[in-house]
Design a protein around this ligand. Structure first.
Ligand code: MSP
Length: 512
């Protein structure tokens, strides 16, 4: 079986998960589930980034030992994977020893090869912020901003990775590998950035300034720079599985340059390993047209949101609304538009009608279609077009338009029901009336089964509930499931709870 390895960025554990984290993980999940539906063995990794100054500072601000702090926040991220129904095969934490061992081995290997050297670094240092400053950080009058407190010029020895030596190799690699960055405009920005000379990368922090990190194997007075540590998670998690290189490293647009687009491929190349096949770079969510920010309260908590609505409605909205690679805005109004018009009134309505009419007009047993006239022929002809477009769009990561196509098929099925009006046919007791009634019930049920199969990677719980309503087992693969047929004839339908309940009045924003 063909195999496929997909990763997400690992999230900093200095705060609780937000919508941006949730989106990226759901996107990876949709891709992994789509691959599995196609019969590929997909391995899906996510995790948390737990070292570095920001994390040490957050723990200190809370007055909690750092390990205890990261354990509690990491638990929230693990809980999110369950809540969002992610099908990840592993969850890596950079504080785990399996990761630390690999990071230290890689550092030692690079050090032994002469790729890492020690040098003195001179610069301005803010003790309050525990960071080196640059000339650009000065105020126009030459003073340092208040937040930096006392700034002193210090000289410090550190370890540097010979990034610069690999610049020409990286440019050549990106030029020869069009698929290395998706979407294409991000690849262009990366190449533009690489038109300026690179500096070597400082990969150490002295322990007296930062304790919370992986000690360098060749000098225990230093810990590893957090990005050098974090990037290696994609490799350390699968070192014993032979899965490297990753097919997709999914990341947000803010961490392409320089971390994933420059440090990461060069680190791998220097280690004698191939780069990931594709860096899949997604855009950012704003909330109500403004930057997402916890401090201003312009923020969506995915846990609370899923409790109020449902996991699948959040998953659907995020994947339907955002074109992969572009930015999008999240607002409750826009969520409700899609929730009501697409999920509740279109898909939910088709489910209710199919199950209720089968119960009322056929004693709960799906009949076989007895004929095919224009309405049936038209819907059946729309199906392979929908399916083929859906699959091609999904393969090209255009999930938002793929979902649109699938929803159009649901709309066409609801229109078919209006056209046939089974509630009228049920009053016609002639053999022709009965044949049409049976045909219309069979047709809508088959169309619903097929639609649910397409929706499965995005809304797996809902899709499997629909299948259960049609007496079908949970979906395991698309093979054999995407052709129009008559398998539902004779099946007893089962009751299904309301999939998309009417929003509670207090949750619906007043119209402005
Ligand atoms: N820890 C680093 C990544 C290390 S990967 C070896 C990091 N963490 S993060 O928690 O700040 O961000 C994790 C991911 O969430 C990133 O890919 C980032 O782009 C994404 N998002 C953060 N805010 C986002 C939005 N507002 N919208 C969409 N994604 C966003 O960076």
């Amino acid at each position: 079986m063909e195999s496929f390895y997909i990763t997400t960025a690992i999230d900093y554990v200095n705060g609780s998960p937000h919508l941006g984290h949730a989106y990226e993980k759901v996107l990876a999940d949709v891709i992994a589930r789509t691959k599995r539906m196609m019969g590929t063995r997909a391995y899906f990794l996510t995790g948390t980034d737990e070292h570095g100054q920001k994390i040490q500072q957050s723990a200190r601000a809370k007055g909690v030992p750092t390990q205890q702090f990261v354990d509690s926040v990491a638990a929230e991220f693990v809980a999110l994977t369950k809540l969002l129904n992610l099908s990840n095969d592993d969850f890596i934490r950079t504080t785990e020893s399996r990761h630390q061992t690999v990071v230290r081995d890689c550092l030692q290997k690079l050090y032994d090869k002469g790729e890492i050297y020690r040098a003195e670094y001179q610069g301005y240092y803010s003790t309050r912020q525990e960071q080196f400053l640059q000339e650009k950080d000065r105020l126009p009058d030459g003073r340092w901003p208040e937040i930096f407190g006392e700034v002193t010029e210090i000289t410090e020895a550190n370890y540097f990775f010979r990034l610069r030596n690999y610049q020409a190799w990286l440019v050549g690699y990106i030029e020869q590998h069009e698929d290395f960055v998706f979407p294409a405009h991000r690849r262009k920005s990366l190449l533009e950035f690489l038109s300026e000379p690179l500096n070597d990368l400082c990969i150490s922090r002295p322990k007296e300034r930062l304790e919370w990190g992986i000690p360098l194997p060749f000098d225990e007075n230093y810990v590893t720079y957090v990005w050098f540590d974090a990037l290696l998670n994609y490799y350390s998690a699968v070192i014993d599985r032979g899965l490297w290189p990753a097919d997709y490293n999914i990341i947000g647009k803010d961490i392409l340059i320089p971390a994933h687009g420059i440090y990461w491929p060069i680190m791998l190349h220097a280690l004698g390993l191939p780069p990931p096949r594709t860096l899949l770079v997604h855009g950012w969510w704003s909330i109500n047209g403004e930057k997402m920010s916890k401090s201003t309260g312009n923020y969506v908590d995915p846990v609370e949101f899923c409790r109020t609505w449902s996991v699948d409605s959040l998953r659907y909205f995020m994947i339907r609304e955002m074109a992969v690679g572009q930015d999008s805005d999240f607002s409750l109004q826009q969520f409700l538009v899609r929730y009501n018009s697409e999920l509740a009134n279109n898909l939910g309505n088709l489910v209710n009608r199919t199950l209720n009419m089968t119960t009322r007009f056929a004693a709960g047993v799906l009949p076989a279609a007895e004929l095919a006239e224009d309405p049936e022929r038209e819907l059946q002809a729309l199906w392979p077009r929908t399916r083929d477009e859906f699959l091609a769009l999904s393969a090209g990561l255009q999930f938002h338009t793929a979902l649109e196509r699938a929803m159009q098929f649901v709309t066409a099925t609801n229109a078919y029901i209006e056209r046939r009006a089974p509630w009228k046919l049920a009053k016609d007791t002639s053999p022709a009336g009965l044949a049409l009634l049976k045909t219309s019930l069979a047709t809508m049920a088959e169309a619903l089964r097929l639609s649910a199969s397409l929706f499965w990677p995005v809304i797996p719980t809902v899709a499997d509930k629909i299948r259960a309503g049609l007496g079908q087992p949970p979906l395991a693969a698309w093979a054999g499931e995407l052709d129009w047929g008559g398998r539902l004839a004779g099946v007893s339908v089962q009751p299904v709870e309301i999939l998309f309940p009417k929003p509670p009045a207090d949750k619906v924003p007043a119209k402005s």
